[in-house]
Design a protein around this ligand. Structure first.
Ligand SMILES: [Zn+2]
Length: 135
């Protein structure tokens, strides 16, 4: 068994993504005026902040691609979504035919279960999911 360890993360194994991220940014020179971008939100933050993190996962999180990480059990809710279809009074509607799209691509379709829920959608990108119903 191979184990990848890094200082600052205890005995946790780090995935490839976190190790690479850490190896890149922990050795960056200080660049007080440089900005890095969170690819998920499109927001910018000071590049130097990356160097203050003690592990690659926090860096990947700040950069917006921690969803690709394999070494933490977190599942960001934005990438693992489930809809519940309700009527106007808030009661779950079961047996409703639906489909879920991201843009023009249909990623799931089916009929809501007894609690009005759709299937759980996992996506690797922070795409906006659109729920369509056919009554
Ligand atoms: Zn990781």
């Amino acid at each position: 068994m191979e184990q990848w360890k890094q200082k600052g993360t205890g005995d946790k194994e780090e995935c490839h993504l976190c190790r690479i991220t850490y190896s890149i940014f922990s050795t960056f020179p200080s660049m007080p005026s440089a900005m890095a971008m969170n690819v998920e939100t499109g927001g910018f933050f000071p590049m130097d902040r990356l160097r203050s993190y003690s592990n690659g996962h926090d860096m990947a999180d700040a950069l917006g691609y921690a969803w690709a990480c394999n070494c933490r059990e977190r599942t960001p809710k934005r990438h693992d979504e489930q809809f519940t279809v309700r009527d106007a009074s808030g009661r779950p509607l079961s047996g409703v035919r639906y489909r879920i799209r991201t843009g023009v691509d249909v990623v799931a379709s089916g009929i809501t279960d007894s609690d009005g829920r759709t299937v759980r959608i996992r996506s690797n990108r922070s795409q906006r999911l659109i729920l369509e119903m056919a009554h």
